[in-house]
Write a protein that binds this ligand. Sequence first.
Ligand code: GDP
Ligand code: GDP
Length: 460
Amino acid sequence: MVPNSSKPTVIIIGRPNVGKSTLFNRLVGKRLALVDDQPGVTRDRRFGDAEIAGLEFQVVDTAGWEDEDPASLPGRMRMQTEVSLEGADAAMFVFDARVGLTPLDEEIARWLRGQAVPVVLVANKAEGKQGDAGIYESFSLGFGEPAGISAEHGEGIGDLFERLWPIIGEKAEGAAETLELSEEDEEALLAGPLKLAIVGRPNAGKSTLINRMLGEDRLLTGPEAGITRDSIAVDWEWRDPRSGEEREIRLIDTAGMRKKAQVVDKLERLSVADARRAVDFAEVVVLLLDATRGLESQDLKIASMVLEEGRALMIAINKWDVAEGASALFNGIREALNEGLAQVRGVPLFAVSAKTGKGIDQMMGAAFDLREAWSRRVPTAALNRWFDDALEANPPPAPKGKRIKLRYITQASIRPPRFVVFGTRLDMLPKSYERYLVNGIRDKLGFDAVPVRVVLKSPK
Ligand code: GDP
Ligand code: GDP
């Protein structure tokens, strides 16, 4: 039904106004949706690439049907069977949980029961408790328990995953395998310019550092906080002293706008906002600290935001030329980082001087290495070999005498690396065991310096 796609296809079906388009948009997010222009299809159907927790599929919105006279809808649906359901791996049948079932819903249900496609019943608009009665009522349709969701508010999407996974999970995995980047593709990905952002509090020395790296006075710097210009991207080449190779860098500088701020706390808030914007663009983010001030709570806030956004983070302590008690300072900051935030354990830490240029080449080399780790996919076999060993060395607990079963692990994405662990009774799994797995992935699989996410899923 959708050319050139080995991903599973899920079609959204339902009467007008139940929230099909809203669900489509929710699942597709900002990814581009294509409009079907196949001849013979009377209405536009929208196709999009959807993803829930690493489960990737094609989603088809049949919203076009709703313009038809409802009385003729069932008839039209029968007519459309061939084009619409052909090749679909599952149908999400959406109804409005607040309204409850209408005669048209029942009609569509009857029609769907005659189709050779697995149906996932979706009770939309179920935010709060307002959909409870509708959810209850819908059991009568014979499609089992509905996934109660709110497409508008993004609630219950995990539930939807649990319904979809048993139906399309295997095919999605297969597609992911075939989509696994070849060595050449991965090289191409890594051959593009390194998208780098330098963030930090005002006066940390961001502009000075950028000027130093660019080798010319492109940005205005001075002793006052916040005199840099508006956000810009600068492309340049950096010579990697390890290989002598010229490597492309695209630097995003969003230091601007701070000049308008006068009050200190406003400045601080703005530096977080700047960082947030920079992070949208960057692969690797350097958080610059001021050695003369040490690590402040604002820095930790920026660090955790960068990691939450899934970017590769490194921290550079600037003004090392004037740092006093250098090694004690360095160790102190390392310790403070370890204590402040569990996720920043292992974040690469550098001492640099924007003024003298010391440490900058090492930092840049590390930024390229970090991007590589952040972009890496562990082969499934190696991943599961590690997983089996980890479970054997430290089996999951058995609360109330019933063992939690962890069945297998898969890497759902790169940039950042995300992993999904499948098993049963996962709600009983202690946080400490989750941390054990995350630490294992970081230490044993070479992700020690990048943010790693692990999601637990129970296929039903
Ligand atoms: P479609 O005709 O089935 O594609 O429905 P739409 O996606 O156009 O949604 C119909 C209406 O329901 C719109 O006003 C949406 O804003 C609203 N809607 C969609 N999802 C939800 C939801 O989860 N909760 C609530 N309260 N309203 C929703
Ligand atoms: P920004 O607000 O983060 O862009 O910081 P600036 O680049 O404007 O630097 C703030 C002040 O710190 C300026 O007076 C710089 O000269 C000074 N500065 C920046 N980097 C260094 C450094 O490595 N060593 C020393 N001693 N001063 C620095």
